[in-house]
Ligand binder design. Structure first.
Ligand code: SAH
Length: 390
């Protein structure tokens, strides 16, 4: 098994693309150190735990499906505080391995002991890639989902755990996800990005002409993924989706993948780019549960992600919008997303590259609402509607 693991690791390393030159040099030398430092803080873990939609959906999917867990051995990939391990234990698991690479493992251990569950939950402070067990487990649970599903590149660790530590035919919670893409039109957002870059057009900033950096500033701002809540009415065509089957897909399929785009537009409208979101599936024996993060569902800490063009693309009624999104994994635990959009009726073609990275706070949308807006007493959107049960 060790050989297979090493081969998979080197195959994956071979095809990793460097981050686009000049974008995130400060993160390149040791991406994992920055990543795990973030996750070793209580504030980061608290943010996820307090995403009520996320945490309650995971709990629901497991407690509604106790027959998937009762008497089983479970491995929690990236346990954080161990919350999913607690749910698995509650659902009747015989033994749970809570694997956490960051220092948060020590806090998880305190919670396990303090809740008298150390006879069931064993916390392991290691990268899951380095873990060896005497047995393969019946079930993997994990929350390896980043913004736009794939950011953070933790799904790769989930697949490695599948290959090395899960029994053949064992269950994965979640077992699959779909990444959605749809064109959007939002002039206010376009102007906001433009205004940020306008700082660099000042001819006399403390005596310095900043214009030589105007182009760089525009390139920078339009290469940032815009992470925030998206008003549903700004989505101008039904989304297209790409399925990720965690039970069968290869690591290489996460390194580089394409989403072909083909939309029919029903208004005269400028398209400013493509909006991304995902849903993911929990394959319970008793109930199949789906966690959705679309613009029309209650807000989660994944929000939605917009990839912008540098100038709007004009579309008319009945026009066909074609193109591709090519995702290439980068060394900042993110993706370089190469977007090409073509109005097939006019032949106008625009392209841009958007770069995501693991440090989420780098690209928060400044005017975003907070997730708590959804839970105000006056809100008409009850948070439970996100759990669509088949
Ligand atoms: N399961 C927890 C935490 C999810 S966040 C919850 O649902 O609240 C992802 C966690 O996985 C982080 O704490 C991160 O440090 C950890 N992690 C990421 N990659 C890992 C890896 N390869 N091995 C072990 N832990 C990992």
């Amino acid at each position: 098994m060790a050989d297979a693991k090493a081969a998979a690791a080197s195959a994956a390393d071979d095809v990793v693309m460097p981050a686009v030159e000049g974008f995130t040099p400060e993160l390149l030398p040791d991406k994992d150190r920055v990543y795990y430092n973030d996750y070793s803080t209580l504030v980061q873990q608290q943010g996820m735990l307090q995403d009520h939609v996320r945490t309650s959906l995971y709990q629901f999917s497991m407690l509604e499906n106790v027959s998937d867990f009762a008497g089983k051995t479970v491995l929690d990939v990236g346990a954080g505080t161990g919350i999913l391990s607690f749910f698995a234990a509650k659902a009747g698991a015989a033994r749970v391995y809570a694997i956490e690479a960051s220092g948060m493992a020590l806090k998880a251990e305190k919670l396990v002991k303090g809740n008298d569950l150390d006879n069931i939950i064993k916390v392991v402070n290691q990268k899951v890639e380095e873990v060896t067990l005497d047995e393969r487990v019946d079930v993997l649970v994990s929350e390896p989902l980043g913004i736009a599903l794939v950011n953070e590149r933790m799904l790769e660790s989930y697949l490695r755990a599948r290959d090395a530590l899960l029994k053949p035919g064992g269950k994965m919670f979640p077992d699959r996800a779909t990444l959605y893409a749809a064109p959007f039109s939002d002039d206010a957002l376009y102007q906001e990005q433009y205004q940020k870059a306008a700082f660099w057009t000042q001819p006399d900033f403390f005596g310095v002409d900043l214009n030589p950096l105007r182009e760089d500033a525009l390139t920078f701002y339009y290469s940032q993924p815009v992470v925030g809540p998206v008003a549903p009415h700004t989505i101008v065509a039904p989304a297209t989706g790409k399925l990720f089957d965690f039970t069968s897909m290869s690591l290489e399929q996460l390194q580089r993948f394409e989403i072909p785009l083909n939309f029919t537009i029903s208004a005269i409208i400028p398209v400013h780019g493509v909006c991304l979101w995902f849903d993911c599936n929990f394959p319970g024996i008793s109930r199949n549960v789906v966690l959705g993060t679309s613009p029309s569902e209650p807000l989660t800490h994944w929000y939605q992600v917009r990839c912008m063009l540098r100038s709007p693309l004009a579309l008319g009624v009945g026009h066909t919008l074609k193109g591709t999104l090519l995702f290439e994994a980068n060394e900042s635990r993110g993706y370089n997303i190469h977007m090409t959009l073509i109005n097939a009726n006019t032949g106008v073609k625009l392209a841009n590259t958007v770069v995501s990275q693991c440090a989420l706070h780098h690209f928060q949308y400044t005017t975003q609402q907070t997730a708590s807006t959804y839970y105000s007493p006056t809100s008409a959107s009850p948070s439970v509607s996100v759990a669509s049960v088949e």
